[in-house]
Design a protein around this ligand. Structure first.
Ligand SMILES: [Fe+2]
Ligand SMILES: [Fe+2]
Length: 200
């Protein structure tokens, strides 16, 4: 329990440490309008990656199968890279993360814990659906990024590719397709987070 609290505090308060270098070319100059547009998108992505930390940590805590737990921990480590990359990019864009960062973590941790209690196949189904929605979200951000921002584009592209792999692994491990109403609730929850994080 202490280890969980320690990890939660570290995720929310300490700078994330990436195990892979930030993808893409060095940042090139942007106009003020482009900078602001890119920063708003990257703030949303930072919030999403903070939520991913919470989801994976919560689910790993309450999953009963050791093998599934280690699969979740592996994915969580890649999500830490994503978080660190978004943090770095936000700094480069002279912006800050969402002020509601702890809310995204704790809320997602709770949802992840419920998924962990629901059993392996549903839990993996939850991972699969989450990653599918994140993939769609990242694809839409890739079309919205200012065209000159190759650095953010490279980061989001690598993130998207990792999320595709996380989802595929969850399905290969036996994740089931969640019922449509649950998928809709997940989409609505994500929408609240993304629209709030772009402003606060
Ligand atoms: Fe991610
Ligand atoms: Fe992921």
């Amino acid at each position: 329990m202490l280890a969980t609290v320690d990890r939660a505090l570290r995720s929310m308060l300490a700078p994330a440490r990436a195990s892979r270098p930030v993808p893409g070319p060095a940042a090139s100059p942007l106009t003020e309008a482009e900078r602001r547009e890119a920063a708003a998108l990257m703030r949303v992505n930072h919030a999403g990656e903070m939520a991913a930390q919470g989801l994976y940590h919560g689910q790993a805590l309450l999953t009963r199968t050791p093998q599934l737990r280690s699969q979740l921990e592996d994915a969580a480590r890649e999500e830490t890279d994503h978080l660190a990359w978004c943090e770095t990019r936000l700094r480069e864009l002279a912006d800050r993360p969402s002020l509601l960062t702890p809310v995204w973590y704790v809320g997602s941790f709770t949802i992840g814990a419920i998924a962990g209690l629901a059993g392996d196949r549903i839990g993996l189904g939850f991972v699969s659906e989450t990653e599918r929605q994140v993939e769609a979200h990242l694809n839409s951000h890739l079309t919205r990024l200012p065209s000159g921002d190759q650095r953010s584009r490279a980061i989001l592209t690598q993130m998207r590719d990792d999320e595709i792999e996380h989802g595929a692994k969850a399905r290969a491990s036996g994740g089931i397709e969640l019922p449509a109403p649950i998928r809709a609730v997940m989409r609505a929850t994500a929408r609240v987070m993304t629209s709030t994080a772009s402003r606060i």
